[in-house]
Design a protein around this ligand. Structure first.
Ligand SMILES: [Zn+2]
Length: 501
């Protein structure tokens, strides 16, 4: 293996989240419907019916094509891909062959320390097929046509991946992009995003390409990565025995046994006998009165994930890891930005600070941003059930962070306040007074507790004085207990140390 390198390419199918199917007015919905309840003569492929292209499917395809920096074909059309299979009663799939909507394009991925540009072959639009169900072994198969005619976007990369993790990172990035653009839910578990991979090995330094193996129908990031790792080992052994693959083959992935297995031989491309779909007119974007304007779609593109991530790092000084988490969906990213702008406004409004807005922010942002990121990621997100709906408003969350920043509450009490804010959706002031969650910072009261604990635990105090300084943790715990957790443990520790010194 040391002298061999893997050459990997991906083919991804994304179900577009349009309202209706690609060529008919059936609702674009497959789950949780009764089988064969969402169908019509067009998506069943009855003879003589006429497909009509769904404008929104083309717009969504163009949106991701432009976001991927691909080249939009001025003229595009659909082809018939002819083959026989029970999930395709009309004997052909309406797809795109010669003139895809988008040619080329790229997506940058971050593989740890550096970025890598993943170049694409093409992005095209096609219809999905029906779904075959195999309820019981030996008892035949069933066909559910609900999925038939659902718009599918196919993204084909060039064979540019050199490791299984790279392929996985790319898929995650593509999923994020599809969700940012709201073109697909891109959930692999639900079949909204599906992946085929192709892989071959070659001696390091060689520029030749060898016969590739396709692995079909992978339905999780993990199975993509695992099946590629397995396949690299399998092919490396073949190379060692001088039996490197000589023809292109297709394999499946057995999740349970953790192996790939051989499937049918792949049809050669000409087997499909592609020819232009005569029932659909070509799509033209060049005409002045064209129903879809590329510039308009480009203008409406939101800030893309990679740009947002980089801006979060630049503007707020977040680490890459934190920027990634906080921009992992658009709602969360918007939430973060609103919190930051509230905090900034508060900071600038303080009478005690001097300087221009920029100077003030620059001077104080590190501490505030770190505090916000930590409380959001480690404490708040685990308390929320959905990544898109937040029980606390950004204004209230900002107020909460400010309390912590001004050291008006200890972190123990802050956790309780946060939990109650999630529960009641109320602001921190209300929660503090309603649940009596004031931090015990009355030094007189704390000092009394400290004295009590010292008097009650002479043997522990003895140990501390004998040099076993770790036992102070026990004493801190005892004082915290007396305050019902409503004191700052750091202050308690300092008071104890002072008293015992
Ligand atoms: Zn239909």
């Amino acid at each position: 293996m040391t002298n061999l390198e893997p050459i990997i390419g991906l083919e991804i199918h994304l179900e577009l989240n349009t309202n209706s199917k690609l060529f008919c007015s059936c609702v674009n919905e497959t789950d949780p419907l009764q089988p064969n309840s969402n169908i019509c003569p067009i998506c069943l492929g009855h003879p003589g019916v006429l497909p009509v292209i769904n404008k929104s499917a083309v717009q969504k395809s163009l949106a991701i094509g432009l976001a991927l920096e691909g080249e939009v074909s001025e003229e595009s059309y659909f082809d018939r891909k002819n083959y026989f299979y029970p999930d395709l009663p009309k004997g052909y799939q309406i797809s795109q062959y010669k003139l895809p909507l988008i040619s080329g394009g790229l997506l940058e991925i971050n593989t740890g320390t550096k970025g890598k540009k993943i170049h694409l072959e093409r992005v095209h639009l096609e219809e999905d097929t029906a779904k075959l169900l195999h309820p019981e072994k030996g008892k035949g198969s069933l066909v559910d046509f609900n999925r038939s005619g659902v718009p599918l976007l196919e993204v084909v990369t060039k064979p540019v991946f050199r490791s299984p993790p790279e392929a996985k990172i790319f898929l995650q990035e593509l999923q994020l992009l599809a969700r940012y653009l709201d073109i697909s839910n891109a959930d692999m578990e639900h079949g909204q995003m599906r992946c085929d991979t192709n892989i071959s090995l070659r001696p390091k330094g060689s520029k030749n390409m060898f016969s590739k193996t396709e692995i079909k129908n992978l339905n999780s990031f993990k199975s993509v990565e695992d099946s590629l790792i397995y396949e690299i080992q399998r092919q490396a052994q073949l190379w060692e025995k001088n039996r490197a693959p000589k023809t292109q083959t297709t394999r499946g992935w057995d999740e349970k046994r953790h192996v790939t297995y051989e499937q049918r031989w792949k049809e050669e491309e000409q087997d499909y006998r592609y020819f232009p779909e005569p029932d659909l007119p070509p799509i033209s974007f060049a005409l002045k009165d064209a129903p879809i304007h590329i510039d308009e779609i480009r203008r409406l593109l939101p800030e893309l994930p990679i740009a947002k991530r980089e801006r979060f790092m630049r503007e707020y000084g977040l680490s890459l890891a934190n920027a990634k988490i906080l921009s992992s969906n658009r709602s969360l990213a918007d939430f973060v930005e609103k919190i930051m702008s509230e905090i900034k406004a508060w900071l600038i409004s303080l009478e005690t600070v001097e300087g221009t807005e920029q100077e003030i922010w620059k001077k104080n942002k590190n501490k505030l941003v770190t505090l916000t990121a930590n409380w959001l990621i480690n404490r708040y997100l685990p308390l929320t059930t959905s990544e898109k709906e937040f029980p606390i408003s950004p204004e209230n969350f900002a107020e909460f962070i400010i309390l912590l920043y001004e050291k008006k509450v200890s972190s123990t009490v802050a956790q309780q306040i946060l939990e109650k804010m999630v529960l009641t959706h109320a602001d921190p002031d209300y929660v503090i007074s309603h649940y009596q969650l004031q931090t015990v910072d009355d030094t007189k009261a704390l000092k009394d507790f400290v004295k009590e604990v010292i008097d009650d635990n002479p043997d522990v105090v003895e140990k501390f004085k004998a040099g076993n300084i770790n036992v102070i943790q026990f004493l801190v715990g005892q004082v915290m207990k007396k305050t019902k957790g409503q004191a700052d443990p750091e202050i308690v520790r300092k008071l104890l140390e002072k008293k015992l010194a």
